[in-house]
Design a protein around this ligand. Structure first.
Ligand SMILES: [Zn+2]
Length: 283
């Protein structure tokens, strides 16, 4: 990767009138939340490590007894969703956008955009948000703030066994008393309702650029697990808007559609390379 390519990306960003950001797991990995990180997993989840588990991605969809399952999810969500803000990659991205008109489409459920300065009304997260939970049936379309159930589970969490030791601290549906889970897309029970209004605003925003405005589509860390959520829509946007430029930052999958020609560039680097905290240090 040459320095010239990063410079070109920075120039395109500087020249943009409007910026639409599409983000996937690779961006949060650059901010330190890597679902394949085995070292951090061993630190946070010693009991699961002893059972032979090695990384958070292995827990996605895993069936565990409720005390162990909520021990994991409460610890994971407290770390990845409710931890302190101040993530340099996201903060730098926010600073680069500046006062330009923008919108974000993210498949991440960790809230890192809004925790680092982006307006909630400009961040569409169709895959959900760990900050809410829902009934597993679901018996109602209502969803609830997950912080209280995460805090209650953590208060009864025993790191030695990895379990929530008090049955009363195992989360349950406030309405039917049945099983609950975080409000994230994992199956047909998922309730997308809390995010639909923002999705509508994003569609209207995308439909309404003044002619002659330069749109930059900035696609970061989106792979092929769920390409239909962010990666492919970003490509279609760049193709549909005359003069739009597509910037793809992706360590493993930097390819861009050939038909975009010199309106697209892919960088095979992590986001931290492009959005380094000190790249424009004054002095
Ligand atoms: Zn219920």
């Amino acid at each position: 990767m040459s320095e010239t390519a990063v410079d070109l990306v920075r120039r395109w960003l500087a020249e943009a009138d409007r910026i639409v950001i599409g983000a996937g797991a690779g961006l949060s990995a650059a901010a330190g939340y890597d679902y394949t990180d085995t070292r951090r997993f061993a630190e946070l989840f010693p009991a699961l490590h002893r059972r032979g588990l090695r990384a958070r991605y292995q827990l996605i969809g895993a069936r565990l007894p409720a005390p162990l399952m909520w021990g994991y999810w409460a610890t994971h969500v407290a770390d990845i969703r409710f931890g302190a803000g101040g993530h340099p990659v996201y903060e730098r991205l926010r600073a680069v956008v500046g006062d330009r008109d923008h919108f974000v489409l993210s498949s991440n459920v960790d809230g890192l955009f809004t925790r680092n300065g982006f307006e909630p009304g400009r961040v569409f997260t169709p895959q959900g948000d760990y900050a809410r939970y829902q009934c597993e049936i679901p018996c109602t379309r209502e969803t609830w703030d997950s912080r209280p159930i995460v805090e209650a589970a953590l208060a009864a969490y025993d790191p030695a066994t990895g379990e929530v030791t008090d049955p009363a601290a195992i989360p349950a549906c406030p309405r039917c008393g049945g099983e609950v889970f975080l409000n994230v897309r994992k199956g047909p029970e998922y309730l997308v309702d809390p995010y639909l209004a923002t999705g509508r605003r994003m569609r209207e925003w995308l439909a309404g650029p003044a002619s002659g405005e330069r749109l930059v589509v900035l696609d970061i860390g989106t792979g092929f697990n769920t390409p239909g959520v962010v990666r492919l829509p970003m490509e279609r946007l760049a193709q549909a808007h005359p003069g739009a430029r597509l910037i793809r930052i992706n360590r493993d999958h930097p390819e861009v559609p050939a038909q975009l020609g010199d309106r697209a560039i892919g960088l095979a680097v992590g986001a931290e390379t492009v959005f380094a905290g000190d790249q424009n240090a004054r002095g």
